[in-house]
Design a protein around this ligand. Structure first.
Ligand code: B12
Length: 209
């Protein structure tokens, strides 16, 4: 078990340089990228979430934390990429229209790549049309992320558009993000939900097995 306190403090402060130093320290001590993200940075981000909700932190500060976390994840990403022998399948991922949160989506993309999937990342604020165009272009799985209760509804719009275009049976759809639940996945008839990035990779492997 490693001590993540200083790493978490640096993340909560949004101090990029200190966070990157802490990441290097933990790597030297033998912590794995998955541990640093899952046990270290996620804990820090959860404190940020609580303080944001309690109006103790505001958007500009939270943005600094998010940027620092994305940088640290970029540093760890090359260490997680396994040998890409054969691709397990193609997944298109994006944060839905109206929503700019991308940390969780980026983590899911990273875990999928590390598990051997080809990933097309559509970024944030993704329209239903863009997801559906990728399904037409041969993606086997669509992964949608939403962090706002107001943007979650776009997931249902993507499902409707897939049906309209006659594509619903040729692509799997998985969803995630803090306000999303397995019940919501059932409601919009998605094929799966995962609460985290490691689970998302397992889910995709299971769907395409
Ligand atoms: C960071 C953050 C921001 C940053 C985002 C920066 C960025 N580059 O992403 C900034 C400052 C820009 C921001 C802005 C806003 N935010 Co904000 N934000 C957050 C915060 C604190 C953390 C989110 C995060 O990154 N978590 C860490 C990641 C790793 O977790 P995650 O996203 O949940 O992802 C994991 C899983 O959910 C899952 N997953 C995620 N996606 C997917 C996809 C698939 C397919 C699968 C299978 C799994 C999966 O796997 C991931 C990894 O394990 C949350 C608080 C919270 N509790 O979530 C609020 C929060 C989401 N924000 C909120 C709000 C209100 C806003 C603003 C409207 C604020 C404002 N007044 O402007 C704006 C909206 C901007 C927009 N249009 O999107 C609210 C939403 C409330 C609601 N119910 O809708 C929250 C919940 C805060 C709160 N309690 O009030 N925010």
């Amino acid at each position: 078990m490693f001590d993540y306190e200083e790493l978490q403090d640096a993340l909560i402060e949004g101090d990029e340089d200190e966070l990157l130093d802490q990441v290097e320290d933990l790597l030297e001590q033998g912590a794995s990228p998955v541990e640093i993200i899952g046990e270290g940075m996620m804990g820090g981000m959860s404190v940020v979430g609580d303080r944001f909700a309690a109006n103790e932190m505001f958007v500009p500060e939270v943005l600094m934390c998010a940027n620092a976390m994305n940088l640290a994840v970029d540093r760890l990403k090359p260490l997680m990429e396994g040998e890409k022998i054969a691709t397990k399948g193609k997944v298109v991922i994006g944060t839905v229209k109206g929503d700019l949160h991308d940390i969780g989506k980026n983590l899911v993309a990273m875990f999928l790549e590390a598990s051997g999937f080809e990933v097309v990342d559509l970024g944030v604020d993704t329209t239903p049309e863009k997801f559906v165009a990728e399904a037409k272009a041969g993606a086997q799985i669509i992964g949608m992320s939403a962090l706002l209760t107001t943007s979650m509804v776009v997931m249902g719009q993507v499902m409707d558009l897939l049906v309209e275009e006659g594509l619903r049976d040729s692509v799997y759809v998985i969803i995630g993000g803090a306000p999303v639940s397995p019940e919501y996945a059932d409601e919009i008839k998605a094929d799966g939900f995962s609460k985290d990035a490691a689970g998302a990779a397992k889910l995709c492997t299971k769907l395409l097995a």
